[in-house]
Each structure stands twice: as structure tokens, then as C-alpha cells.
Design a protein. Structure first.
Length: 256
């Protein structure tokens, strides 16, 4: 289904039947991607007396509970409520769902201390001069085991806080990354990239902006401009499991 989207920067044509799903599914297996020592994602049938909420166990229907840590299991989208003392909900902060987006691929820099970091200098030539509302960052190497990897205790790649500040300067409102966090796994609570992106604490906190982590962009998807549909569930919490979709731009007419 071909759709024309009117945007502040121009008009864009996409095919809504050709979404590129860059989320990692939640699955009740040990191979579920996880981080920060979160408990495993689980799906369990409700059992009460003779009632069994699982048709494969002889029940009449499926009626199950799920056990989930959104920050630690699978693709998720978070708002400033993740770090703020004041309560903020992702369901209240995210009110628009289609965004003009740039997909970029970056190989992190290895520091002397062994950290692998995405630096501002790497992002500048990929984004400068482009008017985008969101950016999707794919890191190299990009093996498929990102779909099932347990990042806990591995000191994963992270985003330097100066790079996050540059994204703010570029008016990027939504940051999506294939890492468990934009910050270092163990940083003594500094949370420098989170704070820089949300401008927290300050009198200009970016409450309408989001960070999505643990995405996965297949290698065959080329860098460039896309339309992003960022889907969450109606959850009054600082974070929600999410399903970001990319759509290729078939035609575009930019406004002068």
C-alpha cells in the first residue's frame, strides 16, 4: 500500500507493505537477548484447579502471564523517566510515531582502557547538514548473534556523551541503537550519554525525546534516509517494549 507523507521538510512516498522490522522479538528461550543481569523473559500458563491456560497442555484456550524486564529483555524505547527523579511515562512522552530518519553505520573506536566507544567525530560527517528527527545507529561488527547475545558483564560498546550532545545540536529527537545502553555498562551512575541526550537535569529537559536500545539492523539494509514508525505499547512506565519499523523512501520532494 503506497502512502504519501507530508512532512515539514517535504513530501515522502513509502510502501506500508514493505516494513523493515529492526526489533528483536521477545521469546521464552535461553537464547533471548538480555543485558544488565536481568532475569530471563518468561511466558507461563495460568493454572488454577482444573483450568490450564495452555492449549498444548490440554487447555481449552491460551491464557498466560508474561514476566519481563523491558530494559533488560529485547528491544525497548525509553523516555527521560528512566533517569529522572520526577515520574515520566513513555506513553505520555511519545505522542507522534512517524519520523524522518537517517540510518548510519559506525565502527567503534578502541580506547586504551579496552572500551569500545562511538565518538562525535565519527557521527559528524554522517549527519551534518541533514535535517532528520531520528537516527538509527548500527555498530560494526554486526553478526546475527546480536539477536541472542547475553551482554551482561561484557562491557559493551557505548556512545560518548559528546556524541549525544552533537545529536541534540542536530535536533535529533529519537535515538535508536543496537546496544544494551548508550552508556557504559558500569559507569558508577554517571549516565553521561543519557543525561546529555535528554538535557537532564536542566530547565529544558527533552521530555518528547526517546532512546531505543537493543535493536538489530540486518547487514543488507543500506545506510540512508528512511521513514521510521516507532511503535510502543500503552504502558504507563518509563519504558516500553517496542517495535521500530523502517520504510524506504520511494519518492521525495523536499521543500525549499
Amino acid at each position: 500500500m503506497i502512502s504519501k507523507i507530508e512532512h515539514t521538510t517535504g513530501n515522502y512516498t513509502i510502501n506500508l507493505n514493505q516494513a523493515i522490522d529492526i526489533s528483536i522479538p521477545l521469546i521464552d528461550k535461553k537464547s533471548q537477548v538480555k543485558c544488565f543481569y536481568a532475569p530471563d523473559f518468561k511466558i507461563e500458563a495460568v493454572i488454577a484447579g482444573d483450568f490450564i491456560g495452555d492449549t498444548q497442555q490440554g487447555g481449552l484456550l491460551n491464557f498466560k502471564n508474561i514476566f519481563l524486564n523491558p530494559h533488560g529483555n529485547g528491544t525497548h524505547t525509553e523516555c527521560v523517566g528512566h533517569i529522572a527523579k520526577k515520574w515520566y511515562s513513555i506513553n505520555q512522552c511519545l505522542k507522534q510515531f512517524f519520523f524522518l530518519t537517517e540510518l548510519i553505520t559506525v565502527e567503534p573506536i578502541l580506547l586504551e582502557n579496552g572500551d569500545r566507544v562511538i565518538l562525535k567525530e565519527q557521527i559528524i560527517p554522517l549527519l551534518e547538514g541533514k535535517i532528520r528527527e531520528a537516527v538509527v545507529i548500527r555498530t560494526l561488527p554486526n553478526p546475527k548473534n546480536k539477536l541472542t547475545f547475553n551482554y551482561s558483564g561484557t562491557n559493551p560498546i557505548y556512545l560518548h556523551h559528546e556524541a549525544a550532545t552533537f545529536l541534540v545540536d542536530q535536533n535529533i529527537q529519537h535515538l535508536l541503537i543496537d546496544l544494551p545502553s548508550v552508556d557504559r555498562e558500569e559507569d558508577e551512575g554517571a549516565l553521561l550519554a543519557h543525561k546529555a541526550f535528554w538535557q537532564y537535569p536542566s530547565d529544558r529537559i527533552r521530555t518528547n525525546c526517546t532512546i531505543s536500545e537493543l535493536i538489530f539492523v540486518p547487514n543488507e539494509v543500506k545506510d540512508g534516509c528512511y521513514m521510521l514508525n516507532l511503535q510502543i505499547i500503552s504502558l504507563e512506565m518509563d519504558v516500553s517494549p517496542s517495535k521500530p519499523l523502517l520504510y524506504k523512501i520511494l519518492e521525495s520532494t523536499e521543500k525549499s
